[in-house]
Design a protein around this ligand. Structure first.
Ligand SMILES: *Cc1c(COP(=O)(O)O)cnc(C)c1O
Length: 225
Protein backbone atom coordinates (compact mmCIF):
# COMPACT_ATOMS: atom_id res chain seq x y z
CA UNK A 1 0.00 0.00 0.00
CA UNK A 2 1.13 3.55 -0.60
CA UNK A 3 0.84 6.06 2.23
CA UNK A 4 -2.10 7.68 0.39
CA UNK A 5 -3.87 4.32 0.20
CA UNK A 6 -3.34 3.76 3.93
CA UNK A 7 -4.99 7.12 4.64
CA UNK A 8 -7.91 6.24 2.37
CA UNK A 9 -8.31 2.85 4.03
CA UNK A 10 -8.49 4.45 7.49
CA UNK A 11 -11.01 7.03 6.30
CA UNK A 12 -13.15 4.34 4.68
CA UNK A 13 -13.14 2.14 7.81
CA UNK A 14 -13.92 5.07 10.13
CA UNK A 15 -16.83 5.85 7.86
CA UNK A 16 -18.02 2.26 7.58
CA UNK A 17 -17.83 1.10 11.20
CA UNK A 18 -20.93 1.84 13.28
CA UNK A 19 -20.64 4.23 16.24
CA UNK A 20 -19.66 2.14 19.24
CA UNK A 21 -17.23 -0.07 17.32
CA UNK A 22 -13.61 0.95 17.86
CA UNK A 23 -10.93 0.34 15.25
CA UNK A 24 -7.58 -1.08 16.33
CA UNK A 25 -5.11 -0.59 13.46
CA UNK A 26 -2.92 -3.68 13.63
CA UNK A 27 0.49 -2.31 12.73
CA UNK A 28 2.76 -5.26 13.59
CA UNK A 29 5.72 -5.57 11.20
CA UNK A 30 4.89 -2.25 9.52
CA UNK A 31 7.29 0.70 9.56
CA UNK A 32 6.69 4.00 11.33
CA UNK A 33 5.85 5.90 8.15
CA UNK A 34 2.89 3.56 7.58
CA UNK A 35 1.69 4.13 11.15
CA UNK A 36 2.11 7.89 10.74
CA UNK A 37 -0.02 7.85 7.58
CA UNK A 38 -2.79 6.14 9.57
CA UNK A 39 -2.28 8.63 12.40
CA UNK A 40 -2.58 11.57 9.98
CA UNK A 41 -5.90 10.12 8.80
CA UNK A 42 -7.17 10.29 12.38
CA UNK A 43 -6.32 6.80 13.69
CA UNK A 44 -5.26 6.76 17.36
CA UNK A 45 -5.41 3.10 18.48
CA UNK A 46 -2.63 0.79 17.26
CA UNK A 47 -2.26 -2.93 17.94
CA UNK A 48 1.04 -4.80 18.12
CA UNK A 49 1.74 -8.46 18.69
CA UNK A 50 5.47 -8.46 19.35
CA UNK A 51 6.58 -7.16 22.73
CA UNK A 52 9.83 -5.69 21.44
CA UNK A 53 8.06 -3.47 18.88
CA UNK A 54 5.91 -1.54 21.36
CA UNK A 55 8.59 0.42 23.25
CA UNK A 56 10.39 1.85 20.19
CA UNK A 57 7.15 2.63 18.33
CA UNK A 58 5.71 4.25 21.46
CA UNK A 59 8.76 6.49 21.73
CA UNK A 60 8.63 7.52 18.06
CA UNK A 61 4.91 8.20 17.69
CA UNK A 62 2.84 11.12 19.06
CA UNK A 63 1.88 10.89 22.73
CA UNK A 64 -1.87 10.58 22.17
CA UNK A 65 -1.61 7.13 20.56
CA UNK A 66 -3.16 4.25 22.52
CA UNK A 67 -1.13 1.03 22.29
CA UNK A 68 -2.87 -2.32 22.45
CA UNK A 69 -1.12 -5.67 22.77
CA UNK A 70 -2.99 -8.29 20.75
CA UNK A 71 -0.64 -11.26 20.32
CA UNK A 72 0.25 -14.23 22.47
CA UNK A 73 2.04 -12.83 25.53
CA UNK A 74 4.71 -14.75 27.42
CA UNK A 75 5.20 -13.94 31.10
CA UNK A 76 8.84 -13.02 30.54
CA UNK A 77 7.76 -10.30 28.04
CA UNK A 78 5.24 -8.63 30.36
CA UNK A 79 7.81 -6.20 31.76
CA UNK A 80 8.63 -4.97 28.22
CA UNK A 81 5.08 -3.84 27.47
CA UNK A 82 3.37 -2.85 30.74
CA UNK A 83 4.75 0.73 30.81
CA UNK A 84 3.27 1.47 27.36
CA UNK A 85 0.05 -0.48 26.82
CA UNK A 86 -3.44 0.69 27.61
CA UNK A 87 -5.15 -2.61 26.75
CA UNK A 88 -3.88 -6.21 26.58
CA UNK A 89 -6.32 -8.29 24.50
CA UNK A 90 -4.67 -11.64 25.01
CA UNK A 91 -4.83 -12.77 28.65
CA UNK A 92 -5.01 -16.55 28.30
CA UNK A 93 -4.10 -17.88 31.75
CA UNK A 94 -4.57 -16.91 35.38
CA UNK A 95 -0.82 -16.92 35.82
CA UNK A 96 -0.41 -14.33 33.06
CA UNK A 97 -3.13 -12.17 34.58
CA UNK A 98 -1.36 -12.24 37.94
CA UNK A 99 1.94 -11.48 36.29
CA UNK A 100 0.50 -8.38 34.55
CA UNK A 101 -1.07 -7.27 37.83
CA UNK A 102 2.24 -7.62 39.71
CA UNK A 103 4.20 -5.74 37.06
CA UNK A 104 1.58 -2.99 36.80
CA UNK A 105 1.74 -2.56 40.59
CA UNK A 106 5.53 -2.40 40.45
CA UNK A 107 5.47 0.51 37.99
CA UNK A 108 2.45 2.20 39.57
CA UNK A 109 -0.09 1.68 36.79
CA UNK A 110 -3.44 0.05 36.22
CA UNK A 111 -3.67 -1.90 32.97
CA UNK A 112 -6.90 -2.81 31.19
CA UNK A 113 -7.12 -6.38 29.93
CA UNK A 114 -9.41 -8.72 28.00
CA UNK A 115 -9.81 -12.44 28.58
CA UNK A 116 -9.04 -14.34 25.38
CA UNK A 117 -11.58 -17.05 24.57
CA UNK A 118 -10.81 -20.12 22.53
CA UNK A 119 -13.78 -20.87 20.28
CA UNK A 120 -12.08 -21.63 16.96
CA UNK A 121 -11.71 -25.18 15.68
CA UNK A 122 -7.94 -24.73 15.29
CA UNK A 123 -5.90 -26.15 18.14
CA UNK A 124 -3.21 -23.56 17.61
CA UNK A 125 -5.26 -20.64 18.90
CA UNK A 126 -4.66 -19.65 22.52
CA UNK A 127 -7.28 -18.78 25.08
CA UNK A 128 -9.64 -19.99 27.79
CA UNK A 129 -12.41 -22.43 27.10
CA UNK A 130 -15.74 -21.11 28.29
CA UNK A 131 -15.58 -23.32 31.38
CA UNK A 132 -12.07 -22.17 32.23
CA UNK A 133 -13.13 -18.57 31.84
CA UNK A 134 -16.10 -19.07 34.14
CA UNK A 135 -13.91 -20.86 36.70
CA UNK A 136 -11.47 -17.95 36.64
CA UNK A 137 -14.09 -15.31 37.41
CA UNK A 138 -15.91 -17.63 39.85
CA UNK A 139 -12.61 -17.80 41.75
CA UNK A 140 -12.97 -14.08 42.45
CA UNK A 141 -9.88 -13.04 40.56
CA UNK A 142 -11.52 -9.93 39.16
CA UNK A 143 -11.94 -8.41 42.61
CA UNK A 144 -8.65 -9.56 44.08
CA UNK A 145 -6.21 -7.98 41.62
CA UNK A 146 -5.90 -4.24 42.16
CA UNK A 147 -3.77 -3.23 39.16
CA UNK A 148 -5.63 -4.91 36.31
CA UNK A 149 -9.13 -4.10 35.19
CA UNK A 150 -10.96 -6.78 33.19
CA UNK A 151 -12.74 -4.87 30.42
CA UNK A 152 -14.26 -7.80 28.52
CA UNK A 153 -13.33 -10.60 26.14
CA UNK A 154 -11.43 -11.18 22.91
CA UNK A 155 -11.67 -13.99 20.42
CA UNK A 156 -10.73 -15.20 16.96
CA UNK A 157 -12.89 -17.26 14.65
CA UNK A 158 -11.64 -20.25 12.69
CA UNK A 159 -9.79 -19.29 9.53
CA UNK A 160 -12.35 -20.68 7.07
CA UNK A 161 -14.58 -19.64 4.17
CA UNK A 162 -17.57 -21.12 5.97
CA UNK A 163 -19.40 -17.95 6.94
CA UNK A 164 -21.96 -19.79 9.06
CA UNK A 165 -19.16 -21.29 11.17
CA UNK A 166 -17.50 -17.89 11.67
CA UNK A 167 -20.85 -16.36 12.61
CA UNK A 168 -21.57 -19.14 15.10
CA UNK A 169 -18.19 -18.65 16.79
CA UNK A 170 -18.57 -14.86 17.05
CA UNK A 171 -22.04 -15.41 18.45
CA UNK A 172 -20.53 -17.67 21.12
CA UNK A 173 -17.96 -15.01 22.08
CA UNK A 174 -20.62 -12.32 22.39
CA UNK A 175 -22.91 -14.55 24.41
CA UNK A 176 -20.08 -15.50 26.79
CA UNK A 177 -19.47 -11.78 27.30
CA UNK A 178 -23.17 -11.29 28.10
CA UNK A 179 -23.15 -14.17 30.60
CA UNK A 180 -20.02 -12.89 32.38
CA UNK A 181 -21.47 -9.41 32.49
CA UNK A 182 -24.69 -10.66 34.07
CA UNK A 183 -23.00 -13.03 36.55
CA UNK A 184 -19.94 -11.05 37.69
CA UNK A 185 -19.68 -7.59 36.17
CA UNK A 186 -23.23 -6.23 36.33
CA UNK A 187 -22.12 -3.27 38.47
CA UNK A 188 -18.97 -2.53 36.46
CA UNK A 189 -19.74 -0.05 33.71
CA UNK A 190 -16.21 -0.55 32.36
CA UNK A 191 -16.91 -4.21 31.43
CA UNK A 192 -17.88 -3.07 27.95
CA UNK A 193 -15.55 -4.62 25.36
CA UNK A 194 -15.96 -7.49 22.89
CA UNK A 195 -12.83 -7.57 20.71
CA UNK A 196 -13.50 -9.67 17.60
CA UNK A 197 -13.13 -9.31 13.85
CA UNK A 198 -10.07 -9.10 11.58
CA UNK A 199 -9.58 -8.11 7.94
CA UNK A 200 -11.43 -11.05 6.43
CA UNK A 201 -14.27 -11.38 8.93
CA UNK A 202 -14.86 -8.02 10.66
CA UNK A 203 -18.20 -7.39 8.97
CA UNK A 204 -19.59 -10.64 10.38
CA UNK A 205 -18.08 -9.79 13.78
CA UNK A 206 -19.75 -6.36 13.82
CA UNK A 207 -23.03 -8.03 12.88
CA UNK A 208 -22.65 -10.35 15.86
CA UNK A 209 -21.98 -7.61 18.41
CA UNK A 210 -18.28 -6.76 18.27
CA UNK A 211 -17.33 -3.47 19.95
CA UNK A 212 -13.70 -3.51 18.79
CA UNK A 213 -12.22 -4.80 15.53
CA UNK A 214 -8.52 -5.51 14.96
CA UNK A 215 -7.63 -4.83 11.34
CA UNK A 216 -4.18 -5.02 9.77
CA UNK A 217 -3.98 -6.24 6.17
CA UNK A 218 -6.98 -4.24 4.93
CA UNK A 219 -5.28 -1.04 6.13
CA UNK A 220 -1.57 -1.62 5.61
CA UNK A 221 -1.40 -4.43 3.04
CA UNK A 222 0.38 -7.76 3.40
CA UNK A 223 3.00 -8.03 6.12
CA UNK A 224 6.58 -8.91 5.23
CA UNK A 225 7.76 -11.26 7.94
C1 LIG B 1 -2.37 -9.95 13.09
C2 LIG B 1 -3.60 -9.98 13.95
C3 LIG B 1 -4.78 -9.31 13.55
C4 LIG B 1 -4.93 -8.59 12.22
O1 LIG B 1 -5.06 -9.50 11.18
P1 LIG B 1 -5.41 -9.02 9.68
O2 LIG B 1 -5.90 -10.26 9.02
O3 LIG B 1 -4.13 -8.53 9.09
O4 LIG B 1 -6.44 -7.97 9.76
C5 LIG B 1 -5.85 -9.32 14.43
N1 LIG B 1 -5.80 -9.95 15.62
C6 LIG B 1 -4.70 -10.60 16.03
C7 LIG B 1 -4.71 -11.28 17.34
C8 LIG B 1 -3.56 -10.64 15.21
O5 LIG B 1 -2.49 -11.31 15.63
Amino acid sequence: MTLEQIKENIARLHNELPAGVKLVAVSKFHPLEALMAAYDAGQRIFGESRAQEIGPKHTSMPGDVEWHFIGHLQSNKVRQIVPYVSLIHSIDSERLLQCVDAEARRVGRTVDVLLQLHVAREETKYGFTLDECRALVDGGVAGSLANVRIRGVMGMATNTDDEAEIRREFHEIRSTYEQLKASHFADNQWFDTVSMGMSHDYRIAVDEGSTMVRIGTTIFGEREY
